[in-house]
Design a protein around this ligand. Structure first.
Ligand code: GLU
Length: 451
């Protein structure tokens, strides 16, 4: 009789904690998935015999490296870089690169773990990975950012490849940084391949990639509402963040007749009770990206809006909420305030923005709650489509891609229903996403035997 790795849930989690000391984000992400998987595999002997859960909770490898660069004053600066190659059972490793001072091995391991199930949910052949550095792009000149990206890629290039591992953007890494890294990859290797996604349109990028994560999170929200015969028309929407995901989510909310009333950054949030229009959103995009400004400047630009320093927007009454900033930005008390104020649905545009307490509060209140691995998969899905276009050496039109993104988000919603429908009109989207994503990866791993 084979030894089972999960005699009980607590025993399994104790092992995860012991093997990953000082990695709270990774432990949190594993726990959130394992809570659901335990139920699902309870009577499935093959998964136990093959130690699938234990294997899934261990990255294939973590590459850690030094990144040296020279700042504008001629000082030598040293940062740490990583690539976590979590799982390639269903396709090449795929996932973004994050540049932010909060980046640690724990954060990247959690992101790579989540990415694995997210990518499986899209239905496209992509494994899971994530990379990044504790480099802080804030306040750096463009030339400093270029030198950092080049140095980062000078190590990373040996670990990636169009059929091996395909990085993209994430927090602190947008089109400009992808351009610098792609240029350096091409310079070192001499190969022009689809090794990165989120590229510029001139050199193999895909239309609608920048919009895809935010639009996708709103499509998923619309799918959840439609399942209950509702829509976004007139819905007051609270959004956090003011980057690529948040601004495009706000834009899609407006397209679908809703009313976004907040955006935020690390300094606080703005509340515009009249609602953000497409013009106002365009101003935010330009202000945050080209001018690298602060969200608080919004209130000088648009009358009637107020800035709340050092606060998050979760206590503003709303119908629906989209946390689109970063992990653990919405805590248990915030979730209870949202519920008390009448919020009916939450769609995670960021990765793990709601902590475990918040997720449990939403589940207890039985409101519609879409976890990031389902709701924000639109970004990586269009990255997958960018890989297809690169391989085929062709480009799809905007209309074709918009339709594919909508279909993919609808497909993810359907996959969540398969394992998440609890009857009586209630869907546990967390459970649905976890089991559906896990099953695809686990079954591929079973097919390979012990590797
Ligand atoms: N960083 C994004 C995510 O969290 C996109 C990754 C990608 O396009 O590979 O899913």
């Amino acid at each position: 009789m084979a030894v089972s790795d999960h005699v009980d849930f607590n025993g399994f989690m104790e092992g995860v904690k012991r093997r990953n000391p000082y990695q709270p984000e990774f432990v949190q992400a594993v726990q959130e998935v394992a809570e659901d998987i335990f139920d699902f595999i309870g009577d499935k002997e093959e998964y136990h015999e093959q130690q699938i859960l234990r294997r899934v909770a261990e990255p294939d490898r973590v590459v850690s490296f030094r990144v040296c660069w020279e700042d504008d004053q001629g000082n030598i600066r040293v940062q740490r870089g990583w690539r976590v190659q979590n799982n390639n059972a269903i396709g090449p490793y795929k996932g973004g690169i994050r540049f932010h001072p909060s980046v640690t091995e724990s954060v990247l391991k959690f992101l790579a773990f989540e990415q694995t199930f997210k990518n499986a949910l899209t239905g496209l052949p992509m494994g899971g990975g994530k990379g990044g550095s504790n480099f802080n792009p804030k306040g750096k000149s463009v030339r400093e950012i270029m030198r950092f990206c080049q140095s980062f890629m000078t190590e990373l290039y040996r670990h990636i490849g169009a059929d091996v591992d395909v990085p993209a953007g994430d927090i602190g890494v947008g089109g400009r940084e992808i351009g610098f890294m792609f240029g350096q990859y091409k310079r070192i290797t001499g190969h022009f391949t689809g090794v990165l996604t989120g590229k510029g349109l001139e050199y193999g990028g895909s239309l609608i990639r920048p919009e895809a994560t935010g639009y996708g999170a709103v499509y998923f929200l619309a799918n959840m509402l439609a399942a209950r015969d509702m829509n976004l028309e007139g819905k007051i929407t609270v959004i956090s963040g003011s980057g690529n995901v948040a601004t495009h989510a706000a834009e899609k909310i407006v397209h679908l007749g809703g009313k976004p009333v907040t955006l935020s950054d690390s300094g606080g949030f703005i509340h515009d009770p009249e609602g953000l229009t497409l013009e106002k959103i365009d101003w935010v995009k330009a202000h945050k990206t080209h001018r690298r400004g602060r969200i608080q400047d919004y209130v000088e630009q648009f009358k009637g809006a107020r800035f709340h320093e050092g606060k998050t927007p979760w206590h503003v009454p709303c119908d629906v909420a989209l946390p689109c900033a970063t992990q653990n930005e919405l805590l248990g008390d915030d979730a209870r305030a949202l519920v008390a104020n009448g919020c009916i649905a939450v769609s995670e545009g960021a990765n793990m923005p709601c902590d475990l307490d918040a997720v449990h509060a939403f589940k207890a209140a039985k409101i519609m709650f879409a976890p990031g691995k389902a709701a924000n998969a639109g970004g990586v899905a269009v990255s997958g489509l960018e890989m297809s276009q690169n391989s085929a050496r062709r480009s799809w039109s905007e209309g074709e891609l918009q339709q594919m993104l909508k279909d993919i988000m609808h497909g993810i919603h359907q996959r969540c229903l398969t394992y998440g429908d609890r009857g009586g009109g209630y869907v546990d989207y967390v459970k649905g996403a976890n089991i559906s994503g896990f099953k695809k990866v686990a079954d591929a791993m079973l097919a390979f035997g012990v590797v």
